[in-house]
Design a protein around this ligand. Sequence first.
Ligand code: NAP
Ligand code: GCO
Length: 273
Amino acid sequence: MPEQQHFDINSFRLDGKVALVTGATYGIGMAIAIALGDAGAKIAFNARHADKVKAAEQTYKDRGIEAKGYVADVTDEEQVKKLVADVANDLGVIDILVNNAGIIKRIPMLDMSAEDFRQVVDTDLNAPFIVSKAVIPGMIKKGHGKIINICSMMSELGRETVAGYAAAKGGLKMLTRNICSEFGSQNIQCNGIGSGYIATPQTAPLRERQADGSHNPFDSFILSKTPAERWGTPEDLMGSAVFLASDASNFVNGQILYVDGGILAYIGKQPEV
Ligand code: NAP
Ligand code: GCO
């Protein structure tokens, strides 16, 4: 029997690695970038608004994280190609990619224009394809790579008003599996984090109190569907991101790790009689 190896906790460290987190000027992206930075990675991040990029860069530096922000729209392939090249020049070839940037439009399907649908799919599905395609050649040359796609409850479930978002996040689950299939032999692991309902600016409209000060019905609905009986926080995703970005997950590929407080396992709280 071969001797069992001891577990090396340093397999969760990211020292010497370069991570690109898209859309990390606030919200989930910033939390994940902080986690990867705290684990030792150098952080590159982007978003569309220069003022927020500058402010976020200061936030990372104030936390002692080596970080550089870039103004780039992930839906624009030329901007993405320049982003990846600039990161390579400034910090090094990307080892870890987190496809986080995303939008949602909550519009009843029959009222949703094809343009609205296209914009959501462009950002939430086409962009992860574009950014991954730009980053993978460098990972192949380095002999390793980690791609983490930020999926959703809507990678598995639908609901009214989010047709474009659910279609995109369902596609992102399958893009995750396809990148795994196409590049696993090149030592590239591509996994997803399926976030539950997280308190960020994106979900603020779902949590805001009603005009009369009462609870938002959707807020109450989510609490009734979540065994944890709370909304998630961006910090709840930090550990999963570090795990999937590290050597600790080198034999994990094509998986969606749902960090949802139990929503997908739960039929929902029975109404009180
Ligand atoms: P958020 O608060 O709206 O933040 C989105 C981030 O992405 C911002 O930094 C935004 O900055 C950036 N961004 C948006 N469009 C971009 C583009 N075209 N190019 C570059 N950057 C862009 O969203 P969040 O709640 O943190 O969600 C982040 C990701 O998690 C999204 O993919 C979302 O679908 C997913 N997710 C969220 C939840 C949740 O409950 N919050 C749950 C599951 C999955 P700019 O607008 O300045 O560009
Ligand atoms: C919505 C919410 C959700 C969350 C998240 C859940 O309107 O239903 O925005 O879609 O953003 O994706 O996992």
